[in-house]
Write a protein that binds this ligand. Sequence first.
Ligand code: MG
Length: 458
Amino acid sequence: MLSARRLFGTNGIRGLVNKELTPEMAVKVGCAIGTFFENGTLLMGYDARTSGPMLAKAVIAGLNATGCGVLLAGMAPTPTLQYAVKHSKLKGGVIITASHNPPEYNGIKVVWNDGIEISREQEIAVEDIYFNERVKLSKWSAIGETRDLPGVIDDYVEAVKKHVDTAAISGKHFHVVVDAANSVGALAAPRLLRELGCKVTTINANIDGTFPGRPPEPRPENLTDLASTVKAMSADLGVAYDGDADRSIFVDEKGQIHMGDESFALVEKYFLKDNPNEKVVTPVSSSSLIKDIADAYKGKIVWTKVGSVTVAQTMKKLKAKLGGEENGGIFYGPHQPVRDGAMSTALILQIMAKTGEKLSKLIKELPQYFIEKDKVECKEELKEKVLEKLISEVKELNINTIDGVKIWFKDEQAILIRPSGTEPIYRLYAEAKTERKAQKLVKEYTLRLRKIVASLNR
Ligand code: MG
């Protein structure tokens, strides 16, 4: 995953442990991060991966060597660690996690003093120090110290509770099934839910960095155990987290798994009912559902490039209170403008409590769309020319070119055509009110894109 002169991808530094992400490299990255922050104290924490403590120690050695102090929070969800950086008034933090990637991967995320991941400009500054040997080691007498920081989960659970109507939720005695993916999702959410008066059943809640229960990505095919458990136990709600518990996917009382667009749209609807005219920040990959809800409840959509850091940075810049992604990331600004699985769960429960409705009904009330996907092969070096040609062909239509091309058509159809960041392909995502219309639309643009690629390939 790591390229020659670039460390950071869409979500921090990611790589195969002991192949791309070695202890030697982690020490050097720690030195570069420490040089970037100059001095002060940073937070350090990790998810349940087997390589977490090893990489954390290596990064800490680099941070201490450059004069930065470290408060070691240990194993915790990413949003818990992000909250701790802000709450403890630290200069920043480093989180060792590879989120939803398979167990053999890990990663290094760097966050600023507000808990938000650093911007691309700041990443470039760290890369410059790393690649151009600009590390500044401190004098022996100024080497940083490392101390433990206990209690980050206590503070985080209290903070989430402040942003919901705890009495309304407690009064309902919901039964919630939590699928923690054998990772840090088991550490904060079950406790939060019990404190919110819920009966909690957990699955995959033993911490195990080999992820024996299911892969850490909460895709529908990985959540069949959760869906059947919710149904078998007649629970009110099921929730599955990804490997670092910043994303959440919900299952209704009938055992239906709902994609992130739907849970985000639900939160958006009830947020805008209480806060009309607020901005809602979302990538162009989100469903038209998000736009429909914004139009119906007087919200203002701000489209961004795909990627959670861009959403968080945009929210910070615009002081927006709500953001979301189709993959189950919900950003609730009043708490913190970053993806937060436990916060999202509390918000969904609050909606169920206040409306007195089951989740299946609440989702059914949202506009329905059918999504069809396809891909077209395209060499890396042709990607830019293909995009230019495509844009020139569709520029008369209602389009947005912030990331690939998104086209909105009449009769509630839309398509996003976007070059993959990691593979030599273009991806197409079409949506429409019927399955047939979505299939027709994706087919039309797949053919069109193939023609463009072929014409430029000569
Ligand atoms: Mg994640």
